[in-house]
Design a binder for this molecule. Structure first.
Ligand SMILES: Cc1ncc(COP(=O)(O)O)c(C=O)c1O
Length: 429
């Protein structure tokens, strides 16, 4: 199949015929000689990948940070799993449920570069990290460190633990444009005292897309005897990394974000010797040890777990490097076009190594909610407004996906320039 026939076939297939894994594999084989950095800007290739998605034509979806909609082939596989489980009913649940879940966890551990004895499947990042925060063996007077830019659910959980276990939470603020890794490391280091037990850090800050120098921070924390918990909600399957290389003790991520698993799946990594020190969210039989004791869930939608296999196949076939390079290319495509425009404020570092798909942009003098509303109503661009206290981050989070086209980002760039210009005009008057 040549490229033209392939694209035509995919276009004709539209929503009715899912883009098959063998189709993607063949498509990628045709581009195998092209380095991922070059392929990142090859629109013909990415148009082929886009044709495997069913995209709502009403708006340009630049909010892929909440939930990555599934390519049709994963969606179809998921629906098949719903049917399979329903067909077998309790027989499925009582016979193969757990061995299948373990097989998925083993494949996830391979992607994460850790042992399968260190990783479990949860429902999402919130469950994974809140289980650590809530189940940590706190003593009154202990201290924990986190950032204002971390995710709200974890900050809330820390606040609850603060009240319940009489610990102290120290909340620092991460600069949007750090001058160096050392600036960030010293920010965290200054918050450490002899009472500090646990430090939480986002691998990728969800509201700005900034990638944090996690390994350097864990090394620093370890030198003070402080454990580190990493929020990998946006880094897992967006930027390549092995969890153990981060040097952290705990790590959580959601699979319905960048791995494109159906809604309701996540992972929790706990360094091997630490699993027995955490109080489980739901108690397991006392005879169960290791990370399995943190994985008693009750009855859950097991078909979601089964689709992890299909999502991993898709991810591996596309190739983690191709995906990461394309996502970074798309972000750089639009940010480099607006970064120096008066009135446009990009709240994400310019260095490509400090971000990937996600960036945040504001318009001077325009509240984020108004920007998000205007982008949707006037330009048909869907984003999410971010409004952190004291103006620390004010703008819209822009999160393209692998199906996003530069033409769609041109629409965003034109909208931002127009809105910034209007703001300048108003000020002149
Ligand atoms: C950094 C970060 N952590 C945690 C979460 C929570 O993810 P979930 O709702 O899947 O648990 C999110 C969600 O967007 C996030 O951005």
């Amino acid at each position: 199949m040549d490229k033209r026939t392939f694209i035509k076939g995919m276009t004709l297939a539209g929503a009715s015929l899912p883009f098959t894994l063998s189709g993607i594999a063949e498509w990628i084989t045709q581009h195998a000689a092209t380095p991922a950095t070059t392929l990142a800007g090859n629109e013909e290739f990415w148009l082929g990948i886009r044709s495997g998605y069913r995209l709502k034509p009403d708006y340009i979806n630049l909010e892929n940070g909440y939930y990555n909609i599934l390519p049709e082939q994963i969606l179809e596989a998921f629906i098949r799993h719903v049917r399979e489980v329903n067909y077998e009913g309790a027989y499925y649940m009582r016979t193969v449920q757990y061995e299948k879940k373990l097989a998925m966890a083993t494949r996830l551990a391979a992607i994460a570069g850790c042992s399968s004895e260190e990783l479990i499947i949860t429902r999402n990042t919130t469950e994974s990290l809140d289980m650590i925060i809530g189940g940590y063996p706190w003593n009154p007077g202990d201290e924990a460190i986190m950032a204002l830019q971390d995710y709200g659910a974890m900050l809330q959980m820390f606040r609850q633990v603060e009240r319940r276990h009489k610990i102290t939470c120290k909340v620092l603020s991460i600069p949007n444009h750090p001058s160096s890794d050392d600036e960030l490391i010293s920010l965290y280091e200054k918050a450490i005292t002899p009472k500090t037990r646990l430090l939480m850090i986002s691998h990728m800050v969800n509201i700005t897309g900034q990638i944090m120098p996690v390994r350097k921070i864990t090394d620093m924390a370890r030198s003070h005897g402080v454990e580190v918990m990493v929020d990998g909600a946006h880094s897992f399957a967006q930027i390549r990394h092995n969890i153990p290389d981060l040097g952290c003790d705990y790590y959580g991520a959601s699979l319905h974000k960048w791995l494109s698993v159906p809604l309701g799946a996540g992972i929790l990594y706990v360094k091997k010797d630490l699993a027995n020190t955490i109080w489980p969210l739901f108690a397991e039989a006392e005879s169960v040890g290791g990370i399995a004791r943190l994985n008693h869930t009750g009855t859950i939608p097991v078909h979601t777990d089964l689709a992890i296999n299909d999502a991993i196949d898709f991810y591996n076939t596309l190739g983690p490097e191709r995906k990461e390079q394309r996502l970074r290319y798309l972000q750089q495509y639009w940010t480099t076009r607006v970064r120096d425009v008066p009135g446009v404020i990009v709240n994400t570092p310019a260095d490509p190594a400090r971000s990937c798909a996600i960036a945040n942009v504001g318009i001077s003098g325009m509240p984020p909610a108004q920007l998000a509303k205007t982008l949707l109503e006037k330009y048909r661009i869907y984003t999410v407004a971010i409004d952190l206290p004291e103006g620390k981050v004010q703008g819209c989070r822009i999160a393209p996906n692998i199906f996003t086209q530069p033409g769609e980002l041109d629409t965003l760039v034109a909208a931002l320039k127009e809105l910034a210009q209007r703001g300048t005009d108003i000020k002149v008057k």
